[in-house]
Design a protein around this ligand. Structure first.
Ligand code: SAH
Ligand code: SF4
Ligand code: F3S
Length: 462
């Protein structure tokens, strides 16, 4: 009853606003394409908030859009190429609707800057990940002529509030705790496009998370390129674990996940303290990148194979039912077959639940791109194929170990596989499909695992 009344009221207010608001914004629709890592997903939460406040509404149909935005990733060359192709493909739409604004934000925007406007004549707007809050004025300017953002070199958290973000699922939010990266791994473009590490002050963060909890958020994912150094730039000691400990006390927040950990900066003390926290996710994503010491040194990763394996041992010892996942790069410049074999043997030793595996992609401006001894694409792809084969067998075997276990899952959505199924994830971030209905979305359920396929599990509601 209350629901339908407020609906009418809103409709009424909207009719009035239509009369008074200029036609400019009221009916405008945006389509947002998001690529890359979780940082971009979290930035997209903010972009949606800003666009909604500007009077836009979201659409998923290109032909309906007045604004098409890309939030982009620059980490590998083919990601960049695909983006260029996608923007070029919008030419005909732009011809049909010259008022359409097309914008590229995110890491490709920051990497290519105004050059992109020259390269892509159909483009109206380029900006970087640290310019998002200037979107309203950029959009106004872009309606008149092509514009670029300021390409701010440093991340910041200026005025970010819980009511300024729009969540795809109202019970789950991504929370950036540290932006940028100062590690300069030799292959990686992220420090160049995102700037140096900048942490959000702890009191601000805790207020933000409490506010999210008050708005019905049950699960948060804390984000950073290296969450383990959270607060170092602000002079905090063991900042990350202390933050987790304080979030544990926020009622309303039931689960806390975090991403990404850096093996060099994860201490045994931190692992032990995390083991005491009941709300904190049991998925440790520990990107190893390579298995041979010489390659790790050239990559500037700051740990040896032995030190990495020791950390895995500590994690498996202290965290019950942990799932360990990783990122791996094959074919770094000068990597020999023998060194690649060391990556394979490490994968077999650790037995990751799953892994993101890539072949090395040279990024102009990074140290590795300038190195001698680049491998051919064929060699790199061949190594990647062999690695994927080994890991797939392990993923299947590790998933099969879940059969018979009863796990708690937070239901995310209706499952892709059929009408009466839903999909959720457990605290170890494993995806579980089971029979259920849409009213379960956003609730916690106990599920017994009955079947395993690679990373995805199927189960039965208890
Ligand atoms: N901060 C995270 C990773 C962010 S980038 C970390 O330190 O682990 C995500 C992944 O992309 C990296 O872990 C790496 O495996 C991969 N990657 C980064 N640069 C790459 C490149 N030039 N070629 C291939 N893969 C790359
Ligand atoms: Fe890139 Fe290394 Fe920073 Fe990760 S830690 S974002 S791989 S430079
Ligand atoms: Fe890609 Fe930028 Fe993330 S380069 S991996 S979207 S920080």
């Amino acid at each position: 009853m209350l629901h339908s009344t407020s609906h009418c009221l809103l409709g009424f207010i909207n009719d009035y606003m239509l009369v008074f608001a200029s036609m400019e914004n009221e009916s405008k629709k945006y389509l947002l394409n998001v690529f890359g890592c979780q940082m971009n997903l979290s930035d997209a939460q903010r972009m949606r908030g800003i666009l909604n406040a500007e009077g836009y509404s979201e659409t998923f149909v290109e032909e309906e859009a007045d604004l098409i935005l890309f939030n982009t990733c620059s980490v590998r060359q083919n990601a960049e190429q695909r983006l260029i192709g996608r923007v070029e493909a919008l030419s005909s739409l732009k011809r049909k609707n010259p008022a359409l604004i097309i914008g590229v934000g995110g890491c490709v925007g920051q990497n290519k800057k105004s050059e992109l406007l020259q390269q892509l004549p159909m483009l109206d707007l380029v900006f970087g990940p640290n310019d998002i809050e200037t979107l309203p004025s950029l959009l106004k300017a872009a309606a008149k002529k092509p514009v670029s953002g300021a390409f701010r070199g440093e991340g910041h958290f200026d005025g970010e509030m819980a009511d300024g973000i729009v969540l795809e699922r109202p019970f789950s939010a991504m929370v950036s705790i540290i932006r940028g990266c100062t590690n300069f791994c030799a292959y990686c473009i992220v420090p160049y496009v995102r700037g140096p590490e900048v942490s959000r002050k702890k009191d601000e963060l805790l207020a933000f998370i409490k506010d999210l909890a008050d708005r019905g958020v049950k699960e948060i994912t804390l984000l950073g390129q290296n969450v383990n150094v959270y607060g170092k730039d602000l002079g905090y000691k063991e900042g990350f674990v202390s933050l987790l400990e304080e979030i544990e006390e926020i009622s309303g927040i039931k689960w806390v996940r975090f991403l990404t950990s850096h093996p060099r900066d994860f201490t045994e003390e931190a692992v032990k303290r995390i083991a005491q926290l009941s709300k904190v996710g049991k998925n440790f994503h520990l990107p190893v990148q390579a298995g041979a010491d010489r390659v790790l040194r050239m990559m500037n990763r700051g740990y040896t194979r032995e030190k990495y394996l020791k950390l895995i041992e500590i994690v498996k010892k202290h965290i019950q039912d942990v799932s360990v996942t990783t990122d791996i790069i094959c074919g770094f410049p000068t990597e020999t077959e023998k060194e690649f074999q060391e990556t394979l043997s490490l994968v077999k030793q650790v037995r990751y639940e799953s892994a993101f595996m890539y072949y090395y992609s040279p990024r102009p401006g990074t140290k590795a791109a300038e190195m001698d001894g680049h491998l051919s694409d064929e060699e790199k792809k061949e190594r990647l194929a062999r690695l994927i084969e080994v890991q797939n067998v392990i993923s299947k075997e590790e998933s099969a170990k879940q059969i018979g276990k009863v796990v708690e899952v937070l239901v995310d959505s209706k499952a892709a596989r059929g009408d009466n199924h839903v999909a959720g994830r457990n605290l170890a971030n494993r995806t579980v499909n089971f029979e259920g209905n849409e009213s379960m979305v956003g609730t916690f359920q106990q599920v017994e695992i009955t079947e395993a396929r690679n990373w995805t599990l199927s189960g039965r509601l208890i």
